[in-house]
Design a protein around this ligand. Sequence first.
Ligand code: SF4
Length: 210
Amino acid sequence: MEREKITSPGDKNKVLLHSCCAPCSGEVIQAMVSSGINLTIFFYNPNIHPKKEYEIRKDENIKYAQKLGIDFIDADYDVQNWFRRAKGMEFEPERGPRCTMCFDMRFERTALYAYENGFEVITSSLGISRWKNMEQINESGKRAAAKYPKVEYWTYNWRKNGGSSRMYEIAKEESFYKQEFCGCVFSLRDTNDWRKKNGKGEIEIGKMYY
Ligand code: SF4
């Protein structure tokens, strides 16, 4: 397939990609690989609940990285730290302040790893999802990168030029695990509430695949 060549800020060839899951990162990874960008996947998502869901999402991402021969950094599941930061925001809606905290926390760790390991560009697969507010994500990414000299957050819109539809095509080709809620225990609760109101059963962890 013909793809448009993309270039990272400053044409830096070493990029640290914060990945939230295999389905969202599939297209982002392929877009970078086809442009000759040398990327490393950084998996730091202590928001994901329960642990079983976390392990499934991570394993899917590891398998795909191995298939493509891409380095994968498995960071801490410091879930207690995430809950501490989420305190008082348990009933905030998606795209609200709890999500800003969640993006900040994940990008802060990504930026620190980048700084300590010689990556000058970081970016994320989070923004490819149409359920997310890209501006909110970009602001968090830029805030985190600004803490370190020479680290920049790449605000590329991975949805454009067919990226959104290719994301689903890749997920189907690879039969990725299909998560049915954003990730945290509060999003699981709210999605289940919505499902109940719409006559659907509760989410079954580990059940759905593309
Ligand atoms: S809804 Fe998603 S982005 Fe928002 S706090 Fe929960 S896991 Fe994080």
